[in-house]
Design a protein around this ligand. Structure first.
Ligand code: ASP
Length: 409
């Protein structure tokens, strides 16, 4: 058995009386992976392999072209990581993270038919590892590109996509060119991957006149439509389905059909008001999910170590009455305590039950129909850039479409 096989070599493998030929991908102490002509990866346990014969050596491709590639209105792709960043090397069949813009383009050759694409990998992390400083870095990169009038598509992990899209919505005011996030639930090596259509749709939207930060993802489990969500209104509602993202308390602002035609509904166009980037964010904001049995000590920990706290409360926006005096005490220390609802759909309303009225009296700020994560990024943004009074005022003012007046009760 050959020990010096390299990814991309053509091989023939005898396994339990069957013979498979294909492209060698990898081998560890347990299994050997080979890509069959059908495109499927086959994993064979080493203990049942009787021989691996080298048919031909892999000839590496030449250097990939540097700089923009393709035809059409330019779009800049910023890679931040996540599943969508995996790159399938079509010569070897191997799946790896794209580390360069050339690799990313090589992985999605169709993009060159839609736009003149240039790309930069800003970071390559899973989105659960994002920090607030990463949002600032991403915002700065986006701002530099859109200042030149170029639309930007940001590829990102799905898990915390709504945190980043809302943070960027707040950090960049009146974007002068489209800012469009996308992601994928299934990696590009899987036949059911949503990565290709999502990215193509996002690139098309980045060529439009949309002037609000948005997110493009599958509308349904088939490849027939993409939804364009406002960056401050979406939530990942399923851990694995391709149509995991839904707009909450609002409709998607548009759709992209399978021919990549955009159908707008209610959306903000690029306007003539001055564009602005905010370069600060407060690290001293927390987000807590209230639950029955939560004790005062935990609330103290969150409130003591932060200047602002968002509580995802029950129903119309409640927490136990035991917390009321604590809230009052923290508000008197100039801390901001905002309340949203775990229900996600609908608005908080602290006027209905006595608990709500007690919380209001203690100084809690009811945050209407804002999603908890959006309230969290908004408060982090406001405390980083404005004084206390202005932060309080803006927290309950709709500044990027994150609050609606529509009441659903
Ligand atoms: N955990 C991954 C992330 O959010 C999942 C994905 O990429 O979609 O980065």
């Amino acid at each position: 058995m050959s020990d010096d096989l390299e990814a991309g070599d053509r091989v023939e493998i005898k396994w339990k009386g069957s013979t498979f030929s294909g492209t060698y991908i990898s081998r560890d102490s347990r299994i050997t992976v080979v890509k069959l002509q059908s495109g499927y990866n086959l994993s064979l346990d080493n203990s049942s392999i009787s021989s691996i014969q080298l048919l031909s050596k892999h000839v590496p491709k030449g250097p990939l072209k540097e700089g923009p590639a393709g035809k059409g209105k330019p779009v800049f792709i910023l890679g931040t990581g996540g599943t969508i960043a995996s790159y399938v090397d079509y010569e070897t069949g191997a799946v790896k993270p794209a580390r360069t813009s050339q690799e990313m383009l090589y992985a999605q050759p169709d993009l060159a038919k839609i736009a003149a694409i240039d790309a930069e990998i800003v970071m390559n992390i899973l989105s659960e590892d994002m920090q607030k400083g990463d949002w600032l870095r991403i915002a700065k990169k986006i701002y530099d590109k859109i200042s030149q009038g170029e639309g930007v598509t940001i590829t990102h992990g799905t898990d915390t996509l709504s945190f980043t899209s809302s943070a960027i919505s707040f950090l960049i005011e009146n974007p002068k060119a489209p800012v469009v996030f996308t992601a994928s639930q299934r990696s590009p090596d899987r036949p059911s991957s949503d990565a290709f259509l999502n990215l193509k749709g996002a690139v098309k939207v980045a060529q439009s006149d949309v002037g609000q930060v948005c997110v493009v993802m599958h509308s349904s489990i088939s490849d027939d439509e993409l939804s364009i969500h406002s960056g401050v209104r979406l939530r990942k509602m399923h851990s694995s389905r391709r149509d995991a993202f839904k707009s909450i308390n609002s409709e998607p602002i548009g759709t992209v059909d399978k021919n990549l035609e955009i159908h707008w509904r209610n959306y903000e166009r690029i306007n003539s008001r001055p564009m602005k980037i905010y370069e600060n964010i407060s690290e001293r904001v927390g987000l807590v999910y209230f639950y029955p049995g939560m004790n005062e000590e935990l609330l103290h920990k969150f409130a003591d170590t932060n200047d602002g706290l968002i509580i995802a409360g029950t129903g119309l926006g409640h927490v136990t009455n035991r917390f009321v005096p604590l809230v009052k005490e923290y508000v008197s220390q100039d801390k901001i305590i905002g309340i949203t609802t775990q229900c996600l759909f609908g608005s908080v309303n602290l006027d209905v039950y006595s608990t709500g009225r007690n919380l209001l009296e203690a100084g809690v700020i009811p945050l209407h129909d804002m999603l908890p994560e959006v309230a969290y990024t908004k408060l982090s943004f406001l405390l980083g850039n404005f004084d206390l009074d202005e932060t309080k005022r803006l927290m309950t003012t709709n500044i990027r479409g994150e609050i609606s007046d529509r009441r659903t009760e």
